[in-house]
Design a protein around this ligand. Structure first.
Ligand code: SF4
Ligand code: SF4
Length: 239
């Protein structure tokens, strides 16, 4: 029964535009941030490869449009997940539509999307504090649906797979990443300066007439993102 619901959710979300869907046991997180619900569903959408290829020099208007497109899509996918779960008699909340915007004092949200994604086994937290997936590198955006449906959950990834790579550390004009590997339970400030990143992204975006605060250099530089782009280029050559 729950396997059937898992399949319905996965198939429906992928058909509607999701790139990855994962299920996490989130009971280790404080009950207030997870609305007292035990399961988190991560919905991830990959940035279009042709857009990512253009941001090796910094953010572009096309990247901003893609960023906005994915935010809207993730909102729609979250609502779809909620409606499927509610139709099966479960409680469900889509975080992207309810979680207040980034707290400017902490530059953090109560339940970061990457936390659920990591617990679902979709990826690890890279040196640039982004979720890194084997399929799309860090070229993804995410939403989380919280629920009380007893869905089968993934195996958490508890170790960084960045190894000796430091591409995002070297490329960052703000020197935001210290180069230290993330570990479970580590405070973000111990390995990443979110304020330096934010200020850099804000000033670069403004200088390029981009309304969103985006940068993208570390996303494009990540070797896992590059593998995604390479697969895409190979595919269009053989199609
Ligand atoms: S988004 Fe830009 S400023 Fe922020 S960590 Fe990545 S490269 Fe640095
Ligand atoms: S660029 Fe390298 S160090 Fe940075 S997140 Fe990707 S794999 Fe990890």
């Amino acid at each position: 029964m729950v396997e059937e619901l898992e399949k319905i959710l996965k198939d429906s979300l992928i058909d509607a535009g999701a790139s990855l869907v994962g299920f996490a046991d989130i009971r280790e997180l404080p009950s207030d941030v997870r609305r007292n619900l035990p399961v988190g569903i991560t919905i991830a959408c990959a940035l279009r490869p042709e857009i990512v290829m253009q941001i090796s020099d910094g953010p572009t208007k096309a990247y901003e449009a893609e960023y906005n497109r994915l935010n809207e899509l993730l909102n729609t996918l979250g609502a779809l997940g909620v409606s499927i779960l509610e139709n099966h008699g479960y409680r469900a909340v889509s975080l992207i539509s309810t979680q207040s915007k980034l707290n400017r004092d902490t530059l953090a949200t109560p339940l970061p999307q990457k936390t659920t994604a990591r617990l679902a086994g979709l990826g690890w937290v890279g040196k640039c504090a982004l979720l890194v997936t084997e399929e799309y590198g860090s070229a993804i955006r995410m939403n989380t649906v919280l629920t009380d449906a007893p869905l089968p959950v993934g195996t958490p990834i508890d170790e960084s797979r960045c190894e000796k790579c430091d591409a995002c550390v070297v490329i960052c004009p703000a020197v935001a990443a210290s180069g230290h590997d993330w570990k479970p339970g580590m405070d973000r400030a111990e390995f990443f300066d979110a304020f330096a990143c934010y200020e850099e992204a804000k000033s670069t975006s403004r200088s390029r007439n981009i309304d969103a605060t985006i940068c993208g250099l570390c996303i494009a530089a990540c070797p896992w993102t590059k593998k995604y782009i390479k697969r895409y280029n190979k595919k269009i050559k053989t199609d």
